[in-house]
Design a protein around this ligand. Sequence first.
Ligand SMILES: Cc1cc2nc3c(=O)[nH]c(=O)nc-3n(C[C@H](O)[C@H](O)[C@H](O)COP(=O)(O)OP(=O)(O)OC[C@H]3O[C@@H](n4cnc5c(N)ncnc54)[C@H](O)[C@@H]3O)c2cc1C
Ligand code: SF4
Length: 330
Amino acid sequence: MRTFDYVRATSVTEAADALATRPGARCLGGGTNLVDLMKLGVERPATLVDVSRLPLDTIEEIPDGSLRVGATVRNSDLAAHPVVRDRWPALSQALLAGASGQLRNAATTGGNLLQRTRCPYFQDVTKPCNKREPGSGCGARDGVHRDHAVLGHSAHCIATHPSDMAVALSALDARVELYGAQGARSVAAAEFHRLPGDRPERDTVIEPGEIVTGVVLPAATAGVPSAYRKARDRASYAFALASVAALVRVDDGVITQAGIAFGALAHRPWRARRAEEALVGAAPTEAAFEYAVDLELSAAQPLRDNAYKVPLARALAVDVLTRLTAAART
Ligand SMILES: Cc1cc2nc3c(=O)[nH]c(=O)nc-3n(C[C@H](O)[C@H](O)[C@H](O)COP(=O)(O)OP(=O)(O)OC[C@H]3O[C@@H](n4cnc5c(N)ncnc54)[C@H](O)[C@@H]3O)c2cc1C
Ligand code: SF4
């Protein structure tokens, strides 16, 4: 049994100080991912800095029409919040598509964003994995990789990011708020997670010692029709094989705003910028959706066992976009 210290932070600055001054410290949110990885020996923190009781557990409407969600808000509370359900339904749907009711009651906004990949080689300390142990190799590339990336992967890592919530935040143009020794900053959710490149051990752009303090849903996407769809092996309690979050605004028969992100296709939620550009200014027809999605997915480089993800993601995206714009076409 490995021993570790435990610090229960009572303020954001205290948490950031503890992370900065204690080598090998990790934040503890709901613990639903971190504690599992500690039991497997994948995570070996010297100190757990418990952030779950910080005063970051509120969802606050801002006068400019945006919504600030604290980092310790539980996934179930965020999914059920009436303003989220009404103004940013893709986020509520994405949260409810994830995990189970019990897990969502424990999981936090910050922890969900920072959860680690479900790659089985990453979770098995007897197997090579560049993400867990840089330079040790990638067991998945020539091994079992049915669930792995088809976009943006590298020779060093082909893992996918598992969060459903992060896919919706990316499509909705949310921002992630951070606090560390250099003070507060905010990063677009679409830029928060990284592609693996030659540093797959870094999942995000978060700097050592920084904590997530919250996310902000912008007024610019409030009330625009949005939805989340997820394909998985079981009807519930399973990670995505492919998923899509989309937002589409149609004015006078023309698409004036589009936000599309795919989940489970890459090391980060894959913001489909090429598809979005192709759609803005177009009429909301099924042909336009097929063209735009094919344009985006033409960048895919499937592996031996996961080519199925490309037509699956295509079908999900075209279906979501078609349904979202049905009212505008009648
Ligand atoms: C059986 C099972 C099924 C699941 N299915 C799904 C699914 O279908 N879809 C899905 O999206 N998720 C799924 N999950 C994952 C689940 O959503 C995550 O475990 C959860 O969201 C993590 O949140 P947490 O607060 O418990 O994080 P923790 O376990 O506490 O922490 C996770 C990571 O985040 C870091 N962290 C926590 N809070 C902060 C903060 N404020 N600032 C900086 N770093 C922080 C921790 O240090 C750790 O590295 C599943 C999990 C399980 C166990
Ligand atoms: S895909 Fe990434 S996480 Fe999985 S074994 Fe390879 S390096 Fe590790």
